[in-house]
Each structure stands twice: as C-alpha cells, then as structure tokens.
Design a protein around this ligand. Structure first.
Ligand SMILES: *Cc1c(COP(=O)(O)O)cnc(C)c1O
Length: 368
C-alpha cells in the first residue's frame, strides 16, 4: 500500500518564501491587479441556468475565436478533455492519443474510470504522431475488437517540449478520423501559444474538429477555468456531463471576467513568452551535458535531458531551486521549463545562468 503522502500528485518543493523565477509551469501565473479589478466588477447571474451574462459572453467570445458554434465554461481543462470523451464515445470504445499526452498521463485515467474507454497511446518522443501512424492505429471493425471512436491532438504538446503541430498534419488526422466515422478532438490547453508561434488563426487549427478547448489558467494567467467548444448539439451534451460531474457553477462571472480580461490583455503576452523561451534555449543550448530534442523550443516550453551529467532530474531541479529558479523534473532525467507572464527577460537570463552553472557543477563532479 502507498502511504497517503505517496498520492500527492505534484512534488513542488516546499519553501517558506515564493520562488523568484518560477518556470515550473505557466499555471504558476498570478492574476494581475487589472484582472482582479475586472473580476471584482463582473456582472453575475446563475451559470447553471445559463444566465450568468459574463460567462455567456466569454463562451461566445471563445466559440467565435475557435470558429465553433457554441461553448461552455468549465472548471478545468481536465474536465474539458473528460467531457469531450464522454460525449463522443461509449463504454468499450477506444481513443487514440500520443503517449506523452495529458489525457494519457495526468488525468487520473478519467476516461477509463468514468467513461469505460480504453486508450491507445501512440509512441511519440516529441508528442507528434504522423497521420499514417494514426491511420494504422484505427481498428478494423470486428466483434472482438474495441471500437476506435475518437482521436486527440494536443496543440501544443505539454510534456514533450511545447511542440507545435503542423496544420496539414492536423487536417489530415481530422479527415482520416471522419472518413472512419471517428470524432476528432483538440486538447487546446495552449492552442494560443501555437497561434503566437505560427500566426495561423485559432479558427484555422480548429476548423472541422468536433471538440476543442482553451485553458484560461495557463499562459493566459487566469486563476481558474477553460472553455470547451463545438457544435450546438455537442455543447448541449457537454452540459449534461458537466452538470453530472459537478462542474455546473453559480456566479461564475467573477471567473469568466478574468477570461475576458485575459483575451483582451494577455494574448499578446504569449508571443513574448515564446520569445523568452527561445532566449532561454539559446542561453543554454551549448551547455555540455544537456540534451535537447531536435524540435526543442517551438513555443513556451523547453524540455531537456540531464542524463549525460549523471544526475537525476529531481537533484538537478533541487540545485536550481537552491538558486531561486524552479524548473520541473518530468521524468528520471527530463527537465521541463515553461515561460509565462510572471517571468520577464531579465528573469529568463538569470534562469539560463543558473541552469548553466548547475550543469557545470554536476559536469565537473562527474569528471573528477
Ligand atoms: C494543463 C493541461 C490540461 C489540463 O488542464 P487543467 O486546467 O490543468 O485541468 C490538459 N491538457 C494539456 C495539454 C495541459 O497542458
């Protein structure tokens, strides 16, 4: 049996004072004074009966941004993924994702536990599988086989270094899915970081997909929330599951106001986050012992290996934290750093210096 403490999901090292340069995740953003003011001023109603005006406005705004018919406000991105799967599959079905995906690794197997759905995880070191690999993963209809029912594309990839999917690949996957009677889903937690990286409008990425969502609590800097979009019919069904799972709210306008504020003021920041990530990557690309994937540094996430230093990721992260820079150990030897609005360029430069110094210390120790 695991001890209770063994179930703690995220090992954020405990510290008395806040970390100055926190690259653990873009979820570490704090609501700005302007956002808090917008929240305080929000007009509110009852979300559960769809009569909270601010929440309604946010849903319509995100649906328009994504070129979808309608949207529904959700407490989290995890619930957006789960509800999308629950609406568009039946127990005994199978879904196709990449093996680094959030759905597969960090949603407590909700699709299996609640939806009775099995997951086929395509092997993809960078989180990007090919349309051909997806086509090959679709099962032939047979009495004995699970029915392949849905495919998910994570734009951008979270645990494989913020890789940005190419639009033609996404379209090919969508079309293969539809040709086989499957639904096509976008986990768009950081879709707007892809938009910032490529200039391709969000609606172009989302076009023709059956479900797609944005997270408000990542780079957009909101305290809570996500918006799930699709056809009117999809949203009606999504609402039933949201309610059933306990996700219906009351005066959610205070939260939705943060989302509207972020869409007005923080989208431009995502390009800065991507540029800061490139600066971080440039700053440490030549450090001996750090290993980068070929596609590293697409957007606001950078993953690198410290294996060649003979150190495990947790020890590397702890050494950085001692210098007031928090990065995340995401595997035995993988480190992830994520840029966001609460770390400016000077912070990034300091982070690069710290990562370099820590790596050099371990390098020297390994050599001696
Ligand atoms: C963060 C994240 C989620 C889950 O969103 P929460 O709001 O944290 O529940 C899902 N998918 C990806 C790719 C993410 O990065």
């Amino acid at each position: 049996m695991l001890e209770w403490g063994g179930l703690l999901p995220i090992r954020l090292a405990r510290r008395a004072s806040p970390v100055t340069i926190d690259l653990y995740s873009d979820t570490q953003t704090r609501p700005t004074p302007g956002m808090r003011e917008a929240m305080a001023r929000a007009e509110v109603g009852d979300e559960q009966s769809d009569s909270d005006p601010t929440t309604r406005a946010l849903c319509e705004r995100v649906a328009a941004l994504l070129g979808q018919e309608d949207g529904v406000f959700m407490p989290s991105g995890t619930m957006c993924n789960l509800v999308s799967i629950l609406v568009q599959t039946q127990a005994g079905d199978e879904i196709v994702v990449d093996d680094q995906s959030h759905i597969y690794n960090t949603e407590a197997a909700g699709s299996a536990a609640i939806g009775g759905v099995s997951v086929k995880a395509l092997p993809t070191p960078a989180g990007l599988y090919t349309p051909e690999a997806f086509r090959a993963a679709i099962r032939e209809p047979a009495r004995t086989a699970p029915r392949t029912a849905l495919v998910s594309v994570e734009q951008t990839t979270s645990f494989s270094g913020g890789s940005v999917w190419a639009l033609p690949d996404m379209r090919a996957i969508r079309d293969i899915a539809h040709a086989h009677g499957l639904k096509a889903h976008i986990d768009g937690a950081r879709l707007l970081n892809a938009v910032a990286a490529t200039g391709i409008p969000a609606a172009d990425y989302a076009a023709g997909f059956d479900s797609v969502w944005l997270d408000l609590s990542k780079g957009l800097g909101c305290p809570v929330g996500a918006v799930l979009c699709g056809s009117k019919r999809f949203v009606v069904e999504a609402w039933r599951w949201k309610y059933r799972l306990g996700g219906a709210m009351r005066q959610s306008g205070v939260l939705a106001a943060a989302g509207l504020y972020a869409l007005d003021h923080h989208v431009v920041q995502l390009a800065t986050d991507n540029a800061n990530l490139h600066a971080l990557h440039r700053g440490i690309a030549d450090v001996p012992g750090l290993g980068f994937e070929g596609n590293a540094g697409h957007s606001n996430i950078l993953c690198f290996s410290v294996e060649a230093l003979g150190v495990d990721a947790a020890a590397f992260a702890a050494a950085c934290l001692a210098e007031d820079v928090r990065v995340r150990a995401i595997g035995a030897h993988q480190i992830r750093a994520t840029t966001h609005l609460d770390v400016d360029r000077a912070g990034i430069e300091r982070a690069a210096d710290v990562i370099r110094a820590v790596a050099e210390t371990f390098h020297d120790r390994a050599a001696s």
